[in-house]
Design a protein around this ligand. Structure first.
Ligand code: 15L
Length: 263
């Protein structure tokens, strides 16, 4: 790769960030990390503080070519927390990008933006209409909508990823369909930060799972060609299956959690 883009990863110390950053570095990317706190053994270009801090975000964006925005609440949480971390944080980042002249943003949205959608015969497109399952899911739909505003009105290029279950291994029956391997996540980010991917794109963040019911088409269109399949874990997962597990709604267990109560 000639001259890979210089990246900022927000939420770099979170569950996804701490897996993604080393993989991107290994793939040859220069990465700056921003999080509320960093692990003691963290190395490299680190900035510490909140993504809602306008001054800090301006410093974090200085000199980078693209941002992978993972920071924020990643599960159900009280309304005020969700608003602050996910809505205010995403606005601060997007507005900061415009001011800093950073055009490309990869936005970590979530399947929970459409969590109440029920499985149907045809695969779900990656731009399925919003139907959040939680305050958290709503905040991701708000983030997508805000990002689209910044594409249309301020000329940003945004790839919004409706992430499924991004883990080392799928932990339940639902995740056999919704799993994204950590290496496929890196493949997706590498595809998305390519400067030739412009405008607005919404894609599903899943692997090439045999049991998937969300479409890979929009991802493939931007060059995301997942290589992993949860099927290798199926026997083990099915042997421990919970008969009451919610598997026919996109959002699975989030669809039954009381609103605002951490799950
Ligand atoms: C998410 O959005 C969460 O951040 C993650 O913790 C998982 O629960 C995932 O969705 C999922 O739906 O499996």
């Amino acid at each position: 790769m000639n001259n890979p883009p210089h990246l900022l990863v927000t939420g770099s110390a979170g569950a996804l960030g701490r897996e993604l950053v080393p993989r991107l570095r290994e793939a040859g990317y220069r990465v700056r990390s921003l999080d509320l706190a960093h692990p003691q053994d963290a190395t490299g270009d680190l900035l510490t503080g909140s993504v809602t801090d306008v001054g800090l975000v301006a410093s974090a964006l200085d000199g980078v070519d693209a941002v992978v925005h993972l920071a924020g609440q990643s599960r159900e949480a009280p309304w005020e927390d969700v608003l602050q971390a996910n809505v205010q944080g995403t606005w601060t980042l997007l507005d900061g990008c415009v001011r800093a002249g950073v055009r490309k943003v990869v936005f970590a949205s979530s399947n929970h933006a459409v969590g109440m959608v029920r499985r149907r015969e045809e695969e779900l497109p990656a731009d399925e209409q919003f139907r959040p399952d939680s305050y958290y899911g709503w905040s991701k739909s708000a983030g997508e909508s805000l990002a689209r505003l910044f594409v249309d009105r301020a000329g940003l290029d945004v790839v919004s990823v409706r992430i499924g279950s991004c883990l080392a291994e799928p932990g339940n029956v639902r995740a056999l369909a919704t799993w994204m391997s950590l290496d496929d996540f890196r493949r997706l980010v590498v595809a998305a930060v390519d400067p030739e991917v412009t405008g607005w794109h919404s894609v599903w963040g899943i692997s090439r799972n045999t049991r998937r019911w969300w479409s890979l088409e929009a991802g493939e269109a931007i060059g995301y060609h997942p290589q992993d399949d949860s099927e290798q874990f199926a026997e083990h997962v099915l042997a421990a299956a919970d008969p009451d597990e919610v598997v026919d709604l996109v959002g699975g267990p989030f669809t039954a959690t009381p609103l605002g109560e951490p799950n």
